[in-house]
Design a protein around this ligand. Structure first.
Ligand SMILES: Nc1ncnc2c1ncn2[C@@H]1O[C@H](COP(=O)(O)OP(=O)(O)OP(=O)(O)O)[C@@H](O)[C@H]1O
Length: 743
């Protein structure tokens, strides 16, 4: 448990002169300038305000800092550089790339016969593995290179190996949902601005504390602490290798056992989602291939890769020149993405190339880059498939898969300060998808019969990841700087809220990893931006052993053609059963441009579905009514058990959304007007102050007058912010309703 009174790390030591408060309520004498739950407050100015020097503060305002933050009251958004480019201050190497893909072509799951699984220890000794493979942080995919373990936080063991050596390879041994928080270091810009690092982390207790600087009405500064506990908390010095070991590595073996696993990165723009997600698929591929060639050797498994993005509710194939994709639901309510390319891969280099290609496509496809890319969700999927009865000429059936999702910046959905309607509508779309995602994850953890995946495109395409034997890892990325405090708190609070609502939170929790929040504020955040990330997940057993393993250099390096890649058969071609390997992208694309029709996809789905149906697991049946009703049409909807009792027409229309957006616009304009008025008053007063600043004059009088005016104006702004928060709540409710209703 956290000692709330303990110093919060180095940043807290720096401010040791300031009193630390722990309160559960906003006290009446503390109005908080621009500190709103709405996230709309321009708290940059205040956050940057150091031990309050009144005149300095005024000068800051005079210089326009106030205008730039409060006048356009949004947290400054980092732009998203194109993939492969160096991000500001970042160190993403071209070889350390990429988020992931989703394969929904092969929606049917083949149940494997229980094959004997050789022990990895046996394999390891047999193949002479002595040490851990070189990390992707080193931009080297060679499996067998031994090198010293990176510095670490007791995460140096390879969880994959543990799974080899014990029954942990079975999906049931890995937590169903795990929530991890990762803090990035201060970037150059923040350091140049002398921004404080307000996050302290206690890795041993998995606790994280946000030290929020606030101002009282008399403009004295105080610090409020907000403490949270998650399944794992990763400090800024934790490497991407360690992130992988903590998050994805434990679930990799499960995908050979018909598990669908999903890894999300969530957080505000610039918090490190892409930085965190990019290396994961490559590392996972490395482990998957290793398992395929060793533990599961000769079992006919193949690895497939696909990569697409969801932007503005539309799907684009990142491995096929951003070709627009179509999502279809067949008679069995199986979702398939028509035209999505899948690549059969057999070595890591090929996967790396595909991922780089996808990232580049994503960038070029979203020129003007930062804004748009942070408004898209990129989904990369690694699928394990196997041909029926080991017959390579038959279409491969999906066994398990691992999806990596680099989500759009969480704050975008609730950015109420942007007056551009299109941007706000896009934001609403993101908001909707993030909310829907959170709801699905929560339903998943609660074993609910109805998984509300219809709430958004994102959850619809991830539908098969939410059913059956699934695993979810959420990585909440947070920025450490004071200016991002509100967004960071939103991320952590929402995570905590989701966690606290899950059944697992009550029944399965290890007391030592109970997610807890110890905050001094009780301002309702139910309306705040959906910053999910928290969840119950007791996987402490996974990380306690200390076995080692290493990879063989020879096994995964194939000396085959250019890309070592077979093309995944399209469904049309599946029926022809003639799928020559295509050695180059060019040929591949030509070949693929023929595409397949939705009807054909559906047909295929039917067949595949029928073949695998008897073996499907119970949970699928609970959500998918057509399992018992083969004649059901696509347009017939199942009867959801938990659809709210609402009048659909009163909520679910463009007019309503427009009305909400209009209301929001009015509020934003009113807010802005108040702020501008305040600024002009301050400027006037500064003039007076300058005039008064003569020997013999009484400055106190001016200062107290100014203080009174500012207090009054601030109260007005706080009131507007409360209205904005209220409005956001309504928007959120709207989104929840929309996500709960059938399309
Ligand atoms: N843990 C980290 N260590 C070092 N640098 C980091 C870390 N996390 C992020 N960065 C750097 O911070 C910057 C922003 O990170 P990134 O682009 O991953 O953010 P993001 O959350 O994906 O943003 P967006 O939502 O706009 O896509 C990049 O320059 C990146 O290199």
């Amino acid at each position: 448990m956290i000692n709330a009174a303990a110093p919060g790390g180095r940043q807290m030591q720096q401010r040791s002169g300031h009193p630390t408060h722990h309160q559960r309520q906003y006290s009446s004498d503390q109005f908080l300038l621009f500190d709103s739950a709405s996230g709309a407050g321009g708290n940059k100015w205040l956050s940057n305000t150091q031990p309050v020097e009144y005149s300095r503060m005024l000068r800051s305002m005079q210089k326009g800092e106030f205008l730039s933050s409060a006048g356009a009251p949004s947290t400054p958004l980092g732009s998203r550089p194109s993939s492969g480019q160096q991000r500001n201050g970042g160190d993403v190497s071209p070889s350390e790339l990429s988020p992931g893909i989703l394969d929904l072509h092969s929606f049917d799951t083949e149940l494997l016969p229980e094959l004997p699984v050789p022990s990895m220890f046996e394999s390891a000794s047999q193949f002479g593995y002595g040490g851990r493979g070189r990390s992707f942080d080193d931009s080297d995919t060679s499996f067998a290179l031994k090198q010293p373990m990176g510095k670490g936080r007791a995460l140096q063991e390879n969880n994959l190996l543990k799974s080899f050596s014990s029954d942990k390879e079975k999906p049931g041994s890995v937590a169903k949902i795990k929530v991890v928080v990762r803090k990035r270091p201060l970037n150059k810009k923040e350091i140049a601005k002398k921004e404080e690092d307000i996050i302290s982390i206690e890795p041993h207790s998995n606790s994280i504390t946000v030290h929020e600087t606030k101002l009282k009405v008399d403009l004295t500064e105080y610090v409020e602490k907000h403490e949270f506990v998650f399944d794992a908390v990763l400090d800024e010095d934790v490497s991407n290798d360690e992130v992988y070991r903590e998050t994805v590595e434990p679930i990799v073996p499960a995908i050979f056992h018909r598990t669908k696993a999903t890894c999300f990165a969530y957080g505000q723009t610039g918090s490190g989602k892409t930085y965190t997600m990019q290396p994961l698929p490559l590392k996972a591929s490395q482990d998957i291939l290793r398992l395929m060639y060793h533990t599961h050797r000769n079992q006919g498994f193949h690895l497939f890769v696909s990569f697409f993005e969801i932007y503005g509710g539309k799907l684009f194939d990142l491995l096929n020149d951003r070709r627009k994709l179509c999502m279809r639901e067949d008679g069995k309510q199986q979702v398939c993405i028509v035209g999505l390319q899948e690549y059969r891969v057999s070595n890591v280099d090929t996967i790396r190339e595909l991922i780089e290609k996808g990232n580049a496509t994503r960038s070029t496809g979203t020129t003007g880059a930062n804004e748009e890319s942070s408004r898209s969700h990129a989904i990369l999927q690694l699928a394990i498939k196997r041909s029926i009865d080991g017959n390579e000429s038959k279409p491969a059936r999906i066994i398990g898969k691992l999806s990596f999702i680099d989500l759009a910046g969480s704050e975008r959905g609730a950015d109420t300060t942007d007056n551009d309607k299109q941007t706000r509508i896009e934001g609403a779309e993101i908001n909707k998808s993030l909310l829907a995602l959170k709801e699905c994850i929560r339903a998943l953890d609660n074993d609910q019969h109805h998984i509300p995946f219809r709430g958004s495109k994102l959850t619809e395409v991830l539908r098969d990841s939410f059913i059956g034997d699934s695993r979810t890892v959420m990585i909440s990325c947070i920025s450490p700087n004071a200016g991002s405090c509100e967004h960071t708190l939103n991320t952590l609070r929402y995570a905590d809220r989701v966690k606290s609502l899950s059944k697992g939170n009550n029944s399965k929790k290890d007391p030592s990893v109970i997610s807890s929040i110890r905050e001094s504020t009780t301002l309702s955040l139910s309306s705040s931006i959906p910053t999910f990330s928290s969840y119950e997940g007791n996987n402490t057993d996974i990380n306690t052993e200390t076995s080692k393993y290493g990879w063989s250099k020879q096994i995964d390096k194939e000396t085959s053609s250019q890309f070592n890649m077979d093309r995944a058969p399209s469904r049309r071609e599946d029926r022809r059963e003639e799928v020559p390997a295509v050695p180059s992208y060019t040929n591949y694309y030509k070949e693929q441009s023929r595409g397949s029709t939705p009807a054909e996809d559906s047909d295929f789905s039917e067949e595949a579905y029928e073949q695998s149906k008897p073996l499907r697991r119970g949970k699928v049946e609970t959500y998918s009514a057509p399992l018992e009703d083969k004649g059901r049409r696509v347009d017939q909807q199942p009867k959801w058990k938990d659809v709210p009792d609402v009048d659909v027409n009163s909520f679910y229309s463009d007019e309503d959304l427009n009305a909400l957006l209009k209301e929001e616009e009015d509020l934003v304009i009113a807010h802005r007007r108040q702020v501008e008025e305040t600024i002009s008053i301050v400027r006037e007063e500064m003039k007076l102050l300058d005039e008064a600043d003569q020997p013999g004059n009484q400055l106190d009088e001016y200062i107290s007058r100014l203080s009174a005016i500012l207090s009054q104006k601030a109260a007005g702004i706080v009131s507007l912010q409360a209205r904005l928060a209220h409005f956001q709540r309504r928007l959120t409710e709207h989104d929840v309703l929309v996500s709960s209703l059938e399309p």
